[in-house]
Design a protein around this ligand. Structure first.
Ligand SMILES: CC(C)(COP(=O)(O)OP(=O)(O)OC[C@H]1O[C@@H](n2cnc3c(N)ncnc32)[C@H](O)[C@@H]1OP(=O)(O)O)[C@@H](O)C(=O)NCCC(=O)NCCS
Length: 141
């Protein structure tokens, strides 16, 4: 995974394969918040009632179509989870959040990584920080 940033507004990471100049996939992370009104009744107990709940946002996870379904998405997600755990060890945050682009993408996050929806049927999703820490992933370089 390579750090591909010129600015600190967000931090983007790309997947490459040794000796191949192509970018196989990418994602970005940024610090964010979720409004108390965005958290559904079923999950509100997991969050303190703050006006703005601190979160880490995972954006733009995408894989080159030529290498889809070969595990690059899983590798990118593992990298994102490891980085999220590292951040969470240094600054308080409740969850890794994302906006699934459509129902199919939501199913990918739900089935593959246990992300949950803030609202029933909604596309705004989260993975609780305790779940991520419990994975005990090694600190990324
Ligand atoms: C969604 C995406 C990132 C997945 O990346 P990928 O490298 O193809 O995924 P992986 O190879 O790691 O797939 C892992 C598993 O998820 C499943 N999966 C992959 N894409 C899926 C999808 N769209 N819906 C449901 N499941 C999916 C695969 O079947 C695979 O399961 P298996 O290992 O049991 O066979 C990629 O398809 C993509 O870039 N799509 C277009 C952009 C997009 O939709 N991004 C998400 C925006 S929110």
């Amino acid at each position: 995974m390579e750090d591909a940033n010129a600015s600190y507004a967000l931090r983007a990471f790309v997947a490459i394969h040794d000796g191949d100049p192509r970018i196989l996939g990418y994602y970005h992370l940024s610090l964010s918040t979720v409004g108390a009104d965005e958290v559904g009744k079923g999950v509100e107990g997991r969050f303190l009632h703050l006006p703005a709940i601190p979160t880490i946002y995972l954006g733009m996870l995408a894989v080159d179509r030529r290498v889809e379904r070969r595990g690059v998405g899983k590798l990118l997600m593992a990298d994102a989870l490891a980085r999220t755990a590292t951040i969470a060890r240094h600054a308080g945050t409740y969850a890794l959040t994302l906006d699934a682009i459509d129902a199919e993408a939501a199913a990918y996050y739900e089935d593959g990584f246990d992300f949950q929806r803030f609202m029933p049927g909604g596309l705004k999703m989260y993975l609780a920080i305790q779940t991520i820490i419990a994975l005990d992933l090694p600190d990324p370089a």
